[in-house]
Ligand binder design. Structure first.
Ligand code: PEP
Length: 244
C-alpha cells in the first residue's frame, strides 16, 4: 500500500498562491508513488478542483459542519464540500480544539456528518506538552478516540467509508521539534490497536508535527506509520515534492 502524504495548508495561502502551488504539484507529482491529499481552505478548494488537478492527488477540506443541512450560519457542510471536489476532511485538528474550543462531542458529530455525506475522515489526535510530561499520552489519545469515534462503525458506514487517524503531538506542531520516529511508531501501534476496536476495521495511522525533508524518511520507514500530515513543509513545492 502506498504511504499517504497529507498537506494541511491551514489559512496560510491566498487563493492565487493556492492555485499556483496546486499547479506545481500537478506537474511535480506525476512520478510520485505516494497517495497525496492536499487540504486547501474552503474558498480555494473548489477552484483547485475546477482547474483540472490531476489524478495524482485528492483534495481534502480542513473542517466541516456538524450537520449536512440546517440553520448553521457561516458553516459549510460535508455534502457541499463533496459536491465541490473534496474527498477527505480533516477533523479534530489541535488548532480547532484549542482556538475554536471544539470538544470530542462536536468532533464526533462532524465525523458522523462527514461519513454520512461520503467524505473520508482524517481524524487528528495528540497530547499537549503538559500531558506528555505527566505521562498521559495514551490516556489522552484513548479519550479522544473514544469521543470522536462514538457510534462510528466502518462496517455500518456507506461503502468506501474511511477514517485515517493522524497522531499529532501538539507540542510538535509547528515547533520545529518533531517526535522521535520510534516513539511515534509506538504510539501509532497503540492507536491502530484501539482504533480497530472502535471502528471494526484496522485504521491507517499517520504522524504529524514538524516533519521536514530530513526526518520524513525516518517516519515513513516505520511499519505502524502509514504516512505523514504536513503543515509548514507543504507550503513550498520543492520541499514538499521531495517527500512525495
Ligand atoms: C499540522 O498543522 O498539522 C502540522 C503537522 O504542522 P507542521 O508540519 O508545520 O508541524
Amino acid at each position: 500500500m502506498p504511504k499517504i502524504i497529507i498537506a494541511n495548508w491551514k489559512m496560510k495561502l491566498s487563493v492565487e498562491e493556492s492555485l499556483r502551488l496546486a499547479s506545481k504539484l500537478n506537474v511535480g507529482l506525476v512520478k510520485s508513488h505516494r497517495q497525496v491529499i492536499v487540504c486547501p481552505d474552503f474558498v480555494s478548494l473548489p477552484l483547485i478542483a475546477a482547474s483540472g488537478f490531476s489524478d495524482n492527488f485528492s483534495l481534502g477540506a480542513q473542517d466541516c459542519a456538524i450537520k449536512n443541512n440546517g440553520a448553521l450560519t457561516g458553516e459549510v457542510s460535508s455534502s457541499t464540500l463533496k459536491e465541490v471536489g473534496a474527498t477527505y476532511v480533516i477533523l479534530g485538528h489541535s488548532e480547532r480544539r484549542q482556538l475554536q474550543k471544539e470538544d470530542d462531542v462536536t468532533i464526533n458529530e462532524k465525523v458522523l456528518a462527514a461519513l454520512e455525506a461520503g467524505l473520508k475522515v482524517i481524524l487528528c489526535v495528540g497530547e499537549s506538552a503538559k500531558e506528555k510530561a505527566a505521562k498521559e499520552t495514551k490516556k489522552v489519545i484513548l479519550k479522544q478516540l473514544k469521543g470522536a469515534l462514538k457510534n462510528v462503525s466502518l462496517k455500518k458506514s456507506p461503502k468506501g467509508a474511511e477514517v485515517l487517524i493522524a497522531y499529532e503531538p501538539i507540542w510538535a506542531i509547528g515547533s520545529g521539534e518533531a517526535m522521535a520516529a520510534e516513539g511515534a511508531a509506538e504510539i501509532a501501534a497503540y492507536i491502530i490497536k484501539e482504533g480497530e476496536k472502535l471502528l471494526s476495521k484496522r485504521p491507517q495511522v499517520l504522524y504529524g508535527g514538524s516533519v521536514d525533508v530530513k526526518n520524513a524518511a525516518l517516519f515513513l520507514k516505520q511499519k505502524s506509520i502509514s504516512g505523514l500530515l504536513v503543515g509548514g513543509l507543504s507550503l513550498e513545492a520543492e520541499g514538499f515534492l521531495s517527500i512525495c
